[in-house]
Design a protein around this ligand. Sequence first.
Ligand code: BMP
Length: 219
Amino acid sequence: MNIEEIRGGRSRVILAIDEEEPRKYWNVLDAVGSSVKAVKLGWMAILSLGSDGGVKSLINGHDDKYFIMDAKMADVNFINEKIARRMAGLGFDGIIMHGFIGPSNAPPPSVMDVFVLISMTQGPTLYDASLERAMDYTKAIDRRGIVVPGNKPDIIRKAREQFPSDVIISPGIGAQGGSIGCAVKHGADFGIVGRSIYESSDPVESLKRLEREAAESQC
Ligand code: BMP
């Protein structure tokens, strides 16, 4: 799957799943079916499902979707490259790294799409103290896109001004207070949504509502 193709389509939700129980990953993906085009998994998925057996078969079983590994990489370059290669082997299409580690520590973009986190939904963090510097570091990284807080529309707007062609993916929607319509209005390509879908009594209806709000693009 190719993220640029998905960006050209109508779906604006990237489903995040951070569950404890392995079967819940399958259940929510079964429920939403082909309406979800991209999925973000992280360390909870690796811990809950296991890497080679579990995560790999989940990804293989849903080969119509684009999978991002939220590794939040913050190690040195040769380790990050090894991790990215292993994640690509599991079937992931993209990986998230922390922007503060700079271009020399980024994994090579030939391995998979790289998304750079430049600010967080919860904090304050050091990113807030130096957003401009974080953006400068990020510009020097060979990347597909950036991760920008969906519950901080002003930061999305600034990021879109500075990164006109990046794929902007924004967590913090719903459970953390962000509105997907507002995030899209300010320049996000996708809202990353976890609990508001996978903990919902009706994940399909929640997904539809989020897609409607994204299409309306209102604050
Ligand atoms: P939820 O929609 O349940 O709040 O989940 C948000 C997801 O986005 C989680 O997977 C979390 O790791 C991720 N995330 C975040 O919440 N804030 C950030 O700044 C960066 C993230 O990747």
